[in-house]
Ligand binder design. Structure first.
Ligand code: DGJ
Length: 730
């Protein structure tokens, strides 16, 4: 049983294999948080929860009064608690008090569906249970339903929230968190994944201080600038040791996350929808569903936290024919040709790709309307016959005749002012009536909060996908929202647009991916600007970054791997000097970095020398042999590029492992450098598949192997397979 309820004092104990999450309803009214951490028995409540107050606190009007500000709470509303509330509302009379009092609960098997929203799913063998808890503001009839689904075997608790307006008047929701957890102290460091275009998900870790420390996105997308992820760690926590508490929002739009440290050093961690550009008018009788938050606790450092996220995302978030990781090795023409291509060039790329052993060619931006630069045609999704005389159908056929599959780039959420679509529907973009529309990359954002716009996108994409044998779609999105407004929404609902946009996008994605189950979809947003669990629910891989420099990618892929599995990351080998950084690196390092993800190539393959062709053929053969292991195994990060000149990681499956080591700058007269492997069986033997040498798992983990690399931008990989040895061989 994953959920135990002690009726006499209304204590709720949620167990996963290794963790406990406990809260209680104090005086049958106020939800108080008791414990989140390593799995324990039911504690003594009088020991675990102190009901106190301090001078000047607002007291609850009950027998033996206490202060709500002084206790650790579970999904707090404001009254008498001065810390960040979980929910804020505004009633028609202008009042904002919403006093959420415990109202009842039920435990159900499985997990209720969240219609129209991405979320972790369950399979019958998971034996998942969900606790539904009802809180009400009796005066205004607002009911808040808290859902806790316990994935016992995965060590994950997912939370979501529904607000029901059971009163008689309309209410405006101005803030809603999906999860909030209080701790008695604040001896933590906070870890976030900030970034920028070309520099996504770098790791930042800093001590907590008094007050509020917030992170989030108000760009209309989960964003390059901040990932919807937050962790609090024991300051001494490392990859392998120490306590970590973490939250990740299954959402692709604006979000706010953060921590507040209060007057007596308690801390509150929360995650939810974005504030400034969010409000929602809930009419009498309506409900509002907030996105899901996935919570992971690890007592064994960041490495274990990541493996928990990776496993549940691989198995209970990714869906469809490609969830298992059977992804084709692709070539994308973007950095090979940009807009300057024709059918002949693309077919020649396909031919070269096929000869090298690649499996799919992706035609990127520039195939439609009159698009020869980024100044026009988004929205006019018909082939440019000057470049492609036989259209997409004809090109797809010719590419497939080379023995590889065909994939296509689209950017359906956007419109160019210079397009027929915009000329016909100028009100279809996000804008404020009577104000100038600011462009970014010469484009405007279509208003996906509108049903008609979403229907147009669905219809257009269905047409494209039915018109040719297309095996893969790269779904791009290249600008953030500005001039927030929708021509369709009433004045009172204008602030709903960003969230309605994301709901519209999810409807489109659900329709398209369901209608074309054999197509592999990869999401992209100027690189990794929407690398979040919401997008991964619909599309099992994301283009990690537009930055393809392998040194830069060490940081980006390392940071991304904190939460997201290797099988979610698109990683390509590109030309030198690198187009983003100007750096020249060996083809070997470019391949070794890209191999730690969904391998692809993004350069003109027809320009390879004979020697380069041999290197690439070898990379492809190696990857095909290891693909299953790389995309499905457990990741162990061994050396962080954020902490030095080297990076290393390994991926371990039941009977084999792959490891990679990277040296950024050359070292002259260096000390002895070793790679010490992890996650192996101590008493097993492993064969180095290159040298045939056999090592004990204990030796590989405790002594490791010497790594001698000479020069800048060097790398080494290993593939070991477990070996059965009879005594005499040892
Ligand atoms: C941004 C993407 O991240 C690139 O890979 C490429 O597809 C361009 N857009 C095309 O405009």
């Amino acid at each position: 049983m994953a959920i135990e309820v002690k009726e006499q004092d209304l204590t709720f104990h949620l167990y996963t294999k290794r963790t406990s999450y406990i809260f209680t309803a104090v005086k049958n009214r106020y939800l108080a948080h008791v414990y989140w951490g390593r799995r324990i028995q039911i504690p003594h409540m009088e020991n675990a929860l102190l009901l106190r107050w301090s001078c000047f606190d607002v007291m609850e009007p009950v027998e033996h009064p206490f202060s709500l500000d002084y206790i650790c709470r579970e999904y707090p509303s404001s009254a008498g608690d001065y810390r960040i509330p979980s929910v804020e509302v505004e009633f028609e009379d202008g009042s904002r008090e919403c006093n959420l009092i415990f109202n009842g609960y039920c435990v159900m098997e499985g997990k209720p569906e969240r219609e129209g929203m991405p979320s972790l799913y369950t399979e019958p063998e998971d034996n998942c249970e969900t606790l539904e808890l009802s809180l009400v503001d009796e005066i205004k009839g607002i009911e808040v339903l808290l859902y806790y689904t316990v994935y016992e075997d995965y060590d994950v608790i997912s939370r979501s929230v529904t607000i029901r307006n059971s009163g008689e008047e309309n209410v405006r929701i101005t803030h809603v968190a999906s999860a909030s957890v209080d701790f008695e102290n604040s001896d933590f460091e906070m870890l976030t994944l900030p970034g920028a275009w070309g520099r996504e998900r770098h790791i930042e870790r800093y001590p907590l201080r008094r007050g509020r420390q917030m992170a989030g996105s108000s760009r209309g997308a989960s964003s390059h600038q901040m990932n919807p992820f937050l962790a609090l760690l024991d300051p001494a926590a490392t990859e392998e040791t120490g306590t970590v508490f973490s939250m990740n929002l299954v959402y692709s739009g604006n979000f706010t996350t953060g921590v507040e440290v209060d007057q007596v050093g308690k801390s509150r961690m929360f995650m939810g929808l974005g504030n400034e550009d969010f409000s929602w008018l809930l009419e009498a009788g309506e409900r509002f569903d907030a996105p899901e938050c996935v919570m992971v606790h690890s007592s064994d450092g960041l490495g274990e936290m990541s493996r928990i996220y990776h496993r549940i995302y691989r198995e209970r978030l990714l869906r469809g024919a490609f969830k298992e990781g059977n992804r084709p090795i692709l070539v994308n023409n973007w950095e090979a040709t940009y807009f300057d291509f024709n059918e002949e060039k693309i077919v020649s790329l396909a031919r070269a790709a096929s000869e090298l052993g690649l499996e799919l060619l992706v035609l990127d931006d520039g195939w439609f309307g009159k698009r020869n630069s980024d100044t026009c045609s988004l929205g006019d999704w018909y082939a440019n016959l000057e470049k492609l005389p036989d259209g997409i159908g004809g090109l797809a056929k010719k590419v497939r005749e080379q023995g590889i599959q065909f994939g296509l780039w689209v950017e359906p959420e956007m419109v160019s002012p210079d397009s027929d679509l915009y000329r016909n529907h100028p009100d279809w973009c996000i804008h404020v009536q009577g104000r100038p529309r600011s462009e970014c990359r010469n484009q405007l954002t279509l208003d996906l909060s509108r049903t008609d716009v979403c229907d147009f996108i669905i219809e257009t994409l269905k047409e494209i996908l039915s018109s040719a044998p297309i095996s893969y779609i790269k779904w791009d999105m290249n600008r953030h929202m500005s001039n927030l407004g929708s021509a369709k929404l009433s004045a009172k609902r204008q602030r709903e647009m960003p969230h309605r946009y994301i709901l519209g996008l999810y409807r489109v994605l659900e329709e398209i991916t369901t209608a074309f189950p054999d197509v592999l979809f990869e999401s992209c947003s100027g690189g990794g600007g929407r690398f979040d669990p919401g997008m991964l629910y619909y599309m099992p891989q994301t283009w990690t970054s537009d930055d393809t420099d392998p040194v830069e990618r060490l940081y980006i892929q390392y940071g991304t791997s904190l939460v997201y599995p290797v099988s979610a990351m698109g990683a390509h080998v590109s030309a030198v000097p690198n187009h983003q950084s100007g750096r020249v690196t060996p083809l070997k390092m470019r391949g070794d970095v890209a191999m730690s993800g969904n391998l692809g190539y993004e350069l003109d393959l027809t320009k390879f020398t004979e020697e380069e062709k041999e290197v690439v053929k070898e990379q492809i053969a190696v990857y095909k042999n290891l693909r299953n292991l790389i995309l499905k195994g457990d990741l162990y990060r061994l050396k962080s590029p954020f902490e030095g000149n080297d990076a290393a990681w390994m991926i371990v499956a039941e009977k084999e492992f792959f490891a990679a080591y990277f040296q950024i700058q050359a070292k002259v007269n260096p000390g002895i450098s070793r790679i010490k492997f992890r996650g192996l069986k101590e008493d097993a033997f492993y064969e180095d598949m290159e040298t045939g040498e056999i090592y004990g798992g204990d030796e590989l983990m405790q002594i490791g192997l010497v790594v001698d690399l000479f020069g800048d931008y060097q790398s080494r990989t290993w593939h070991f397979c477990e070996k059965r040895l009879c005594e005499s061989n040892v």
